[in-house]
Design a protein around this ligand. Structure first.
Ligand code: ZN
Ligand code: ZN
Length: 103
């Protein structure tokens, strides 16, 4: 399992994303977009798709948010936990704004 934790520029909102403090970041803390880079398991980096994944749903379990992301190209889904500095209060609104990519 390879962990990647580097700063990058968000492909969706174009903001500069700083390093995550405790966790490996795989989605943007501002707009929650991520790249489809993993195929079967998180961090396997074996996907050849590399398209944008958007959040479409979230669940609150044991005071932890689990966010469901769907790839806007191939439809692959995967779940991920939020990072500590995600702007989680904006998530419901963002999910609504991303509906247009799927319906
Ligand atoms: Zn972003
Ligand atoms: Zn994909």
């Amino acid at each position: 399992m390879k962990k990647i934790n580097e700063s990058f520029t968000c492909i969706n909102c174009k903001k500069e994303i700083p390093l995550a403090s405790k966790t490996c970041r795989n989605h943007c803390p501002y707009c929650f977009a991520s790249l489809h880079v993993d195929w079967d398991t998180p961090w396997d980096r074996s996907s050849t798709c590399k398209w944008i994944m958007y959040p479409t749903e979230y669940q609150l379990k044991n005071s932890d948010y689990k966010i469901l992301f769907i790839c806007s190209k191939c439809g692959k889904k995967h779940r991920n936990k939020r990072a500590d500095d995600d702007e989680i209060t904006k998530l419901p609104e963002l999910i609504k704004s991303y509906e247009k990519y799927f319906y």
